[in-house]
Design a protein around this ligand. Structure first.
Ligand code: ASP
Length: 326
């Protein structure tokens, strides 16, 4: 292998009854994002610039759960989080608890580039956004009618939802029906279709980067922080690979999933796909999550242990695909 490669995801775990037109919209958005990344890479953009570019596009489109279209807290508000990592330099930036920043991934990039820190959250992150002059909007901008409806259903069912799920009797995904609800830290969650977004890129210099952005879980507690902004859990990049995860954040955090892919490549000498398969099998609770990854040699891989993951990838030799189901 060799050359550049990129992968993008729009969340792991998908409503098996997702209407065909929504599936089509998702595939079109993933394709648009891949094409955006491809043309940037053809113009010699660096991996870190491309992951930011692609995730900004996903945040701006309301289809997935990041930026506009973010999942809502139990209070009906939006608290967004994101992280980015430049593997070639081992630099990273992360943000949580954003309520007005239009593109959280770009604020994470600014934390990396323009602050002495790696991670800013809530009021301090919002203040930093003002200092940096990034675009801010009212919280309402992020809230879509669809998500308001989802929150209502989630509250009625007293459940923490990953987007797109409507907790009805007999509903089944990942092999778990309503009679035996999945639990997350003791709370019921129904079958899941999270739609956090992420992008991983290796550029033609072999530099890897990763970026992840989300609104978190529907009906989450205000103040809840998931895996997406946590370097090593939801996002990681180093000299060897770049990884972005999606799924039940609490499980991803427990498994330090993203870093683990790099670790088994480094310490066990596994290939990228072998490392992804190993980590999904041995570090992740069943039915919880998925991830996308690239290696410094231009390989691209993904894996998930739930029913589906919105994803796409492209490589310099002209290969390109998008998919949803297993
Ligand atoms: N991992 C995200 C979180 O737990 C959810 C997702 O991937 O959709 O916040």
């Amino acid at each position: 292998m060799g050359g550049w490669a990129l992968a993008v995801h729009g969340g792991a775990g998908v409503d098996p009854n997702l209407p065909p037109h929504r599936q089509e919209q998702a595939k079109q958005l993933l394709t648009r994002c891949l094409n955006l990344g491809i043309s940037a890479l053809r113009s010699n953009a660096s991996a870190i610039d491309v992951v930011e570019l692609v995730v900004r596009e996903l945040e701006t489109d309301p289809l997935f759960n990041s930026g506009r279209g973010s999942a809502l807290t139990e209070k009906g508000t939006v608290e967004m989080e994101a992280s980015i990592m430049d593997g070639s330099k081992r630099r990273c930036g992360a943000v949580s608890g954003l309520t007005t920043v239009k593109n959280p991934i770009s604020l994470a990039r600014l934390v990396m580039d323009k602050s002495p820190h790696s991670y800013l959250a809530f009021n301090g992150a919002e203040e930093f956004a003002r200092q940096q002059g990034v675009e801010v909007v009212e919280n309402e901008y992020f809230i879509t009618p669809e998500n308001v409806g989802m929150l209502k259903l989630a509250k009625e069912a007293n459940t923490i939802l990953f987007d797109y799920r409507i907790p009805t009797a007999g509903y089944d995904s990942c092999g778990v029906g309503a009679e035996s609800p999945l639990q997350m830290n003791g709370l019921p969650i129904s079958v899941y279709a999270p739609e956090t977004v992420g992008c991983v890129v290796v550029d033609k210099e072999g530099r890897c980067a990763a970026a992840t952005s989300t609104g978190g879980l529907m009906n989450k507690k205000s103040g809840r922080i998931g895996d997406s902004p946590l370097i090593g859990a939801g996002t990681y990049a180093c000299g060897v690979c770049g990884v972005s995860c999606t799924g039940e954040g609490e499980a991803i955090i427990r498994g330090t999933l993203a870093r683990e892919v790099a670790a088994v490549m480094e310490y066990k000498g596994l290939s990228l796909q072998q490392a992804v398969d190993f980590v999904i099998k041995h570090r992740l609770d069943e039915g919880k999550a998925g991830l996308i990854a690239v290696s410094n040699t231009g390989d691209v891989a993904y894996g998930f242990n739930c029913n589906a993951m919105f994803r796409g990838c492209a490589t310099e030799d002209g290969f390109m695909e998008v998919g949803i189901w297993d």
